[in-house]
Design a protein around this ligand. Structure first.
Ligand code: DGL
Length: 260
């Protein structure tokens, strides 16, 4: 079974690694739209157009399940994709529901892109699952830039994380949602800057479980292939991969959609 994944850039690799962990024999074909990154500041129309183009490409290359490994793209385009394509489409949303269930202070912080936080789907999520808690949102475009540049730790990352977290901590948040797939790559820095007892929520593992539920029960087959493409510069992707997916046997290439 071939699984196609897409994101605005390398962020969705945080979801790919969870899927590979759970389903090592699945073949994964990933497209990162780094030439168009970030999606978080783009209009819904632009995001939808990019997502449709990449989805067509992945389907044209044999994907049987599509994983939108991007909260912004899910929030802005998943409904349209599901209406258009006859295959299972797995999306992802900020983990507002588990956060609301786990807060003790009654305040949760949601870190996500502007595009996600502005989406109707996000407001529905908050109204449905978090009406009894205070939800403080915070876009972190700098996190996306850092991860795309391969800066996952050190003073620059710490400064960006402190700036993002301080208003949430001041407001008393005790649960922090990583509502963008780039952010889990900064999780070690984020966790170091949070007080003890804080909870960090990443929905990547839940997405992997959802994907597993759609596959026929797998035996101990041979390890699946992991092929990663970028619409951006392939040299740049190749220099990032050892940091983002250490130890994983991946192949990489430029994504040429004109040949879809
Ligand atoms: N990784 C994406 C997400 O989950 C978007 C980051 C961006 O391109 O702004 O929302």
């Amino acid at each position: 079974m071939k699984i196609g994944l897409l994101d605005s850039g390398v962020g969705g690799l945080s979801v790919l690694r969870e899927i590979h962990r759970l389903l090592p024999s699945a073949s994964l074909h990933y497209v990162g739209d780094s030439a168009w990154c970030p999606y978080g500041t783009k209009s819904p129309e632009v995001i939808q157009q990019r997502v449709f183009e990449i989805a067509d490409y992945l389907l044209g290359h044999g994907a049987e399940i599509l994983v939108i490994a991007c909260n912004s793209a899910t929030i802005q385009a998943v409904g349209a994709l599901r209406a258009e394509y006859p295959l299972p489409v797995v999306g992802m949303e900020p983990g507002v529901k588990p956060a609301a269930e786990r807060t003790r202070s009654g305040v949760i912080g949601v870190l996500a892109t502007e595009a996600s936080l502005a989406g109707e789907k996000f407001h529905q999520l908050v109204n449905t699952h978090a009406s009894g808690v205070r939800v403080i949102t915070r876009p972190c475009p700098r996190f996306v830039e850092l991860v795309e540049a391969g800066i996952l730790d050190g003073p620059e990352a710490e400064e960006a994380v402190d700036e993002a977290l301080s208003p949430l901590l001041e407001a008393g948040a005790d649960v922090f949602v990583l509502g963008c797939t780039h952010y889990p790559f900064l999780r070690p820095v984020i966790e170091r800057r949070l007080p003890e007892g804080s909870v960090v929520i990443d929905t990547g593992p839940a997405v992997a479980k959802r994907v597993a539920s759609l596959l026929p029960a797998a035996g101990d087959g041979p390890s699946g292939t992991i092929h990663i493409e970028t619409t951006g510069e392939v040299d740049r992707l190749e220099s990032l991969l050892p940091r983002l997916l250490p130890g994983l046997p991946v192949s990489s290439a430029a994504c040429d959609m004109s040949k879809a």
